[in-house]
Design a protein around this ligand. Structure first.
Ligand SMILES: [Fe+2]
Ligand SMILES: [Fe+2]
Length: 430
């Protein structure tokens, strides 16, 4: 009997060695802030949101902000602001995500801020609020960055090198893979933040979620939003109920930027319906001259096997009716750009319909089928896009990872709100 009890005890103690262990993220939080990232969560002219991470020993969410004056005594003039935090347990660690929204700021003004307090305060970062008038605006756009970080990092850094005064960075989904291949999700976010580094702390990020932000390999069939999304960003909650911080809009210097949650649109009829109803209102009441939409699943795919009919049927009539200028998507892991006329109208001359783009900034690349909706297509090429809106003109440039121009066009807005399209890309290369 005694031997039997020993055997039971031995089996019990050794069970821990054979049970699957949670893989621990190599990005452990500490009391110093990391993953510091700016978002616009409200009025871009007078507010700015910042989110960062620490361990759970930091019990206060504190930041300081001051006009970015040349003095070294910034702290003397700074205002201290407190916020809230959320704890996230998973991937072998517990992280505390802090969120603060600076409000009451002056439009078109440079500010300096730091997060945390005492010995754990971050360095001072700087940002600029939006102008109240539609001044010229440059923003960056990145398709899926998921995959090998060693390749994505050079793209985001090259983009910043090219446009250090960019006002926004748009990410069109699948920022991370969502924990596939046994990599902890936290580690993927750590890699993504490491690539963007201080750029995220100075240029507000406008991300839309992809299917991989609705993926959890630990729970088969589970399709909830990635648990790091809402704690990790501070985004607008002006979208349909249940899709806060994933479907939203931001107005910035004469451009209305709209993010939709296309993954929920593909899978959930009620979210498809509520987003379409919400979108129509947001387009109808749009005070801005230009409209840029971003969501993950393209209306027009670059692969015959990856058609997103549900998204196209819901959105195309609204995009046509309200003359959306630019639709920035991802998901297909190739590059394609085409201007597509409203249904029933032929493409003729310089008249532009909405310009649709599929793009990829990361290492994961797919084959491209020859589907002739696009005017420029390429694959196995990481790209990023730099877009400038100046009055009635929108200039679009796409660059590869080495910084070479690989696509270009200009939209000129006419008085009736339709656009003329000019593509001098081929001529410029000759
Ligand atoms: Fe993807
Ligand atoms: Fe995707």
């Amino acid at each position: 009997m005694r031997y039997f009890l020993f055997l039971i005890l031995f089996l019990f103690l050794s069970a821990g060695d054979v049970m699957p262990q949670e893989r621990v993220s190599r990005y452990r939080p500490c009391s110093d802030p990391d993953r510091i990232i700016l978002n616009i969560s409200g009025e871009a002219t007078t507010s700015m949101a910042v989110t960062w991470r620490t361990d759970t020993t930091v019990s206060e969410s504190v930041a300081q902000i001051a006009p970015n004056l040349p003095t070294v005594r910034l702290a003397d003039t700074a205002v201290t602001v407190t916020g809230t935090y959320t704890d996230i347990a998973g991937d072998g660690i517990v992280s505390r995500y802090h969120s603060i929204t600076f409000t009451g700021l002056t439009p078109d003004r440079n500010y300096a801020y730091r997060v945390g307090s005492g010995a754990n305060a971050s360095e001072w970062f700087t940002f600029k609020t939006a102008s109240a008038a539609p001044e010229p605006l440059t923003f960056l756009y990145f398709g899926d960055s998921q995959g090998s970080s060693s390749l994505y990092a050079r793209v985001v850094r090259q983009a910043y090198r090219s446009a250090p005064d960019a006002s926004l960075m748009i990410f069109s989904g699948d920022l991370v893979d969502g924990g596939s291949g046994g990599v902890p999700q936290d580690e993927e976010w750590g890699v993504w933040h490491e690539a963007g580094g201080f750029i995220h702390a100075g240029v507000p990020v406008l991300p839309t979620p992809g299917n991989h932000e609705h993926y959890d390999p630990a729970v088969r069939g589970k399709r909830d939003l990635n648990r790091y999304w809402r704690p990790g960003f501070t985004l607008p909650e002006n979208g349909p109920a249940g899709l806060e911080e994933t479907a939203y809009y931001v107005d910035y210097q004469g451009v209305r930027f709209i993010s939709l949650n296309s993954d929920e649109m593909m899978r959930n009829e009620s979210y498809a319906e509520s987003q379409a109803l919400w979108l129509e209102e947001v387009l109808k009441e749009n005070p801005c001259r230009w409209t840029v939409m971003t969501f993950h699943h393209p209306l027009f795919s670059t692969s015959a096997r990856r058609d997103n009919k549900a998204v196209r049927e819901r959105l195309k009539p609204l995009i046509d009716r309200y003359n959306v200028d630019l639709v920035l998507t991802g998901h297909d892991h190739t590059y394609a750009r085409g201007h597509v006329m409203p249904d029933g109208m032929e493409k003729r001359g310089r008249r532009a319909g909405t310009v649709y783009v599929v793009s990829v900034s990361g290492a994961k690349q797919y084959q491209q089928d020859a589907i002739p909706w696009w005017d420029r297509g390429m694959t196995f090429t990481q790209t990023w896009q730099e877009i400038t809106v100046d009055g009635n003109e929108l200039t679009y440039n796409a660059y590869d990872a080495s910084g070479s121009l690989v696509d270009h066009f200009i939209l000129k807005k006419k008085k009736n709100d339709s656009n003329l399209f000019r593509n001098s890309f081929d001529a410029e290369l000759r």
